[in-house]
Ligand binder design. Structure first.
Ligand SMILES: C[S@@+](CC[C@H](N)C(=O)[O-])C[C@H]1O[C@@H](n2cnc3c(N)ncnc32)[C@H](O)[C@@H]1O
Length: 187
């Protein structure tokens, strides 16, 4: 039986949308954008994806590299990378960017999304989860960037939209925060 590495290293389980997406996406070359301590990257690697995990936090990457080395994981490479650079060099069957976009430079978000799309293989998938701020529900948290209503789905025009919602969630302090969630397949 496979060991649950997230539990072993005290990490939260993978993001629920990553878990959902993996019910339809076959193991392939995957990119985890803004991987932090690697909860999604480790999950994907255990499912057999060939994972590249990037973050601009060198300590988070060093911790993940330590786990990879300790466990002898051969299908996960963790790298320091500034997502704002929008300078991916390889193509992927699955790119996940969960709760990361809102920490980017707002002036770079369009370029980052375009770069993700350009580096997705035909038939490949993008998963994006990002905080929103609208007139009806302004974000209670001051993120550098938040999505407007419909902004994320518009950015994926021409893709097959597998899942899209702009649901409101309740945070542990009781505040309401709206997130856009998109899973799309490149035609
Ligand atoms: C809230 S965490 C999300 C982690 C992970 N995606 C998840 O679902 O648990 C946001 C991550 O984005 C990373 N991040 C923020 N700005 C970044 C940038 N410009 N380039 C790369 N990573 C960045 C942070 O270091 C942090 O690890």
């Amino acid at each position: 039986m496979t060991v649950d590495l997230n539990s072993r290293y005290g990490l939260n389980p993978a993001h629920s949308e990553v878990v959902e997406a993996c019910k339809i996406i076959e193991p392939c070359k995957a990119l985890d954008m803004g991987c932090s301590n690697g909860r999604n990257a480790l999950y994907l690697s255990q499912l057999g994806f060939n994972v590249t995990a990037v973050d601009n936090n060198p300590s988070a990457i060093a911790m993940l590299q330590q786990v990879v080395s300790t466990e002898g994981i051969s299908n996960l490479e963790a790298q320091v990378y500034d997502i704002n650079s929008a300078a991916l060099t390889e193509e992927y069957g699955f790119i996940a960017c969960t709760v990361t976009l809102m920490f980017l430079d707002p002036a770079r978000v369009a370029a980052v999304l375009a770069d993700m799309q350009a580096h997705t293989l035909p038939g490949g998938y993008n998963l994006v989860v990002c905080a929103m701020s609208t007139a009806e529900l302004p974000s209670p948290m001051r993120f550098p960037f938040t999505l407007k209503a419909g902004q994320l789905s518009e950015a994926y025009q021409g893709w097959e939209i597998i899942k899209y919602n702009e649901d409101v969630g309740t945070m542990h302090n009781g505040a309401q925060l709206q997130f856009a969630t998109l899973l799309a397949r490149k035609k």
